[in-house]
Write a protein that binds this ligand. Structure first.
Ligand code: AMP
Length: 534
C-alpha cells in the first residue's frame, strides 16, 4: 500500500453523507468532489462501489454472497474491531477483495468467499463495515441510482450530460464511463462507439392505446412489424464468431447454439450487430407460450435435449453495426434496407409500411391469428435511440381482461409505504364457493386510488400479518393481463402474466367476478393460435 492511495474511509464517509442528503443535485455534487480527487485507477472501482454494482451487467463475474453469510461474519468483525487501530483499508484494496470474492468458484468456494469477507471486514472500522456489507449485498440504500451517478460524472469532468449518457448506453459500465470522462474529457466521450461483443442498451417502445395517435406522432410514416412474444436478443458477429446477449445484457450464447448456427449460416456479413426476438415454437411452428421459452433459457447445461424439445425461431428486426460502421444514427428505413440486404426474409420480422388504419387492423388480426402478441409501430425516419423508451416505437397489444376479487394486500415500501398497495387477486371457484389466488399486482392505480384502496381494505380486514393484510373477498377489480399460465405455486393452478388493474369495480359484487372455470376456458383458448407445450 502506498501513501498516495485514497482510503476507503473517505468513500464510506461519502456514502454516509449521501444517505443523509435528499437533493439529487447535491448528491451529484458531493460524488463529483470525491471523483475529482481520485487517482486514475481508483475512479472506476469507486464509482462501481458507490452505486453498489461491483461488476457491470455484461460482466460474467458475480459476488454471490448471501445476507446470511455476511450477518454471520459481522459479529466477529466487531470483536476484532475493538482491538484495532484506525483502518488502513484503501479503495483499491477493497475492490481487489470484491474481485477475489467473485473469483472464488467451484468446490469449497463458499469457504473461500467467507475467508475473504472475514479478512476484509476485519480490516474495516464500523463505518466502513457498514458500507462494505451493503456493497456485498447490492443494497446501498443511499439513493444513488445510475442517473445520479451519470450527473456526478458530468459535473466532475465538466462534460455534457447527454454525451455522458450516450457513452453509458454504449458501454454499459459506469466505471469505464467515469474513467473516460475524467481522464479524456469530451474528446474521449465523443469517440465512444459500439464495439462488437460488448452489449449495448436497446431501444424501447411506449404502449399505444389508440392507433390513430401513432399516425399523428410519426409524421414521415410508420412501419408495422409483428410483435413476437419471445425474448429479445442482440447478436454480435465477427469473423465467424457469434455471441448473443439477453435483454438484461447477460451472455446467453450457450443456451442458444441453434440460433448461433442460424446466424453463422444466414447473416451475410463479416461484422454485424443485429437485434431481434427468439420465440419457442411447437411442431407446427406455432409460437409456444412464453413459459416454454424461459425453460429453454434455464437449460444452459443440458442444452442438447432442449434444442429438440423446445425449438426456437429467430426474427430479426434491426441492425446497429455493419462491417466497421455504426448505424444507430441512420433512419429506421435505411437500417431496415441494410438488414434485408444481408439476411434472407425467413429470419426477418414480418412487416408492412402503411398509413391506412384498415390495413393496420387487418395486419394486427393476421399477427394475432398467427399466435403473436400484437404489432410494433416504428417511425420511418427515427434513429436508433439506445436505452430510451420513446414514441418513435409504439407497441400495440390487445390485452385480455378479467374481473377478479382482492383477497389480501401487502403494505408497500419506498414510494408506496403507508399504503396497502400490492393486491392478491383471486378468481371464484364455483364448486367450493371460495376465492382462489391467481396473481398479484401493484400496477395500474393512481396515488388517490392507492389511498382509497388502503382505507377500503382496512374496513374489510380479517387478519393481519407483518406485511400482509387478509381481507374479506368483497372488492372487485378489472385486471388486464397478457397471458394465463399454468402455476404449480397457486392452488387455483393458474397465474396471470403481467397483471395490472384497469379499474376498481365497486359496481360489481364478488359473486359476479370471473371464475376459475372461465380461466380454464381462456387458458385453453390461447392454444387456438399458439402451440401447446409438451
Ligand atoms: P418494451 O420492451 O416494453 O419496449 O416492449 C417491446 C418488446 O417487444 C421488446 O423488448 C421486444 O422484446 C419485443 N418485440 C417483439 N417483437 C418486436 C419487434 N418487431 N420490434 C421490437 N420489439 C419487439
Amino acid at each position: 500500500m502506498t501513501e498516495a492511495q485514497t482510503s476507503f474511509q473517505d468513500l464510506a464517509q461519502l456514502c454516509r453523507d449521501l444517505e443523509q442528503t435528499t437533493s439529487r443535485n447535491e448528491k451529484a455534487e458531493r460524488i463529483g468532489e470525491l471523483l475529482k480527487n481520485l487517482k486514475r485507477d481508483e475512479i472506476s472501482p469507486a464509482v462501481r462501489m458507490i452505486v453498489g454494482k461491483i461488476f457491470p451487467d455484461w460482466d460474467e463475474r458475480v459476488l454471490e454472497v448471501s445476507g446470511r453469510t455476511v450477518w454471520k461474519l459481522l459479529p466477529k468483525q466487531r470483536q476484532r474491531q475493538a482491538a484495532l487501530l484506525p483502518s488502513h483499508l484503501t479503495i483499491l484494496e477493497a475492490y481487489r477483495n470484491f474481485s477475489e470474492i467473485a473469483a472464488a468458484s467451484g468446490p469449497g468456494s463458499r469457504t473461500k468467499k467467507e475467508r475473504v469477507i472475514e479478512s476484509l471486514l476485519g480490516e474495516a472500522n464500523s463505518l466502513e463495515a457498514e458500507y462494505l456489507t451493503r456493497m456485498l449485498l447490492h443494497e446501498m440504500r443511499i439513493g444513488v441510482v445510475e442517473g445520479v451517478m451519470l450527473e456526478a460524472i458530468a459535473k466532475a469532468s465538466g462534460s455534457n450530460i447527454t454525451l455522458v449518457r450516450r457513452a453509458m448506453m454504449i458501454l454499459g459500465d459506469l466505471g469505464e464511463v467515469a474513467d473516460l470522462a475524467l481522464t479524456g474529457g469530451k474528446t474521449a466521450l465523443e469517440q465512444v462507439t459500439i464495439r462488437l461483443f460488448r452489449p449495448v442498451r436497446l431501444m424501447m417502445a411506449e404502449m399505444s392505446y389508440d392507433l390513430s395517435e401513432i399516425f399523428g406522432e410519426h409524421k414521415s410514416g410508420t412501419a408495422f412489424e409483428f410483435k413476437f412474444d419471445g425474448a429479445r436478443i442482440q447478436v454480435h458477429k465477427k469473423d465467424g464468431e457469434v455471441r448473443i446477449f439477453s435483454r438484461r445484457l447477460t451472455d446467453v450464447t450457450r443456451s442458444l447454439p441453434d440460433v448461433v448456427e442460424t446466424i453463422q449460416k444466414e447473416v451475410r456479413a463479416d461484422e454485424a450487430l443485429v437485434e431481434g426476438e427468439v420465440v419457442a415454437v411447437g411442431p407446427n411452428l406455432k409460437p409456444l407460450p412464453f413459459q416454454e421459452l424461459m425453460r429453454r433459457f434455464r437449460r444452459a447445461h443440458e442444452i442438447g435435449h432442449a434444442i429438440h424439445e423446445i425449438p426456437l425461431k429467430l426474427y430479426l428486426f434491426d441492425i446497429l453495426y455493419l462491417n466497421g460502421r455504426q448505424l444507430i444514427d441512420l433512419r429506421y428505413e435505411e437500417r431496415w434496407a441494410l438488414l434485408s440486404e444481408i439476411c434472407p426474409p425467413e429470419i426477418l420480422a414480418e412487416r408492412i409500411v402503411t398509413g391506412d388504419l384498415d390495413e393496420v387492423q387487418r395486419f394486427l388480426a393476421k399477427a394475432m391469428n398467427a399466435g403473436h402478441e400484437g404489432l410494433m409501430a416504428k417511425a420511418l425516419d427515427s434513429p436508433y435511440v439506445l436505452g430510451v423508451r420513446g414514441r418513435n416505437w409504439f407497441k400495440i397489444k390487445p390485452a385480455d381482461q378479467l374481473d377478479l376479487v382482492i383477497v389480501a394486500a401487502d403494505w408497500g415500501y419506498g414510494r408506496r409505504s403507508g399504503w396497502l398497495s400490492n393486491y392478491h387477486l383471486a378468481a371464484r371457484d364455483e364448486a367450493s364457493g371460495t376465492y382462489l389466488e391467481v396473481g398479484k399486482t401493484f400496477k395500474g392505480l393512481t396515488d388517490d386510488e392507492f389511498e382509497w384502496m388502503t382505507r377500503r381494505l382496512q374496513q374489510l380486514k380479517i387478519s393481519e400479518g407483518e406485511y400482509t393484510v387478509s381481507v374479506k373477498p368483497e372488492l372487485v377489480v378489472e385486471v388486464a393481463y397478457n397471458e394465463i399460465q399454468k402455476s404449480p405455486h397457486y392452488k387455483s393452478g393458474f397465474a396471470l402474466r403481467f397483471a395490472r388493474i384497469v379499474r376498481i369495480r365497486e359496481d360489481k359484487r364478488p359473486e359476479e367476478a370471473d371464475t376459475i372455470e372461465r380461466m380454464r376456458t381462456l387458458f385453453e383458448k390461447q392454444f387456438e393460435h399458439k402451440g401447446r407445450p409438451i
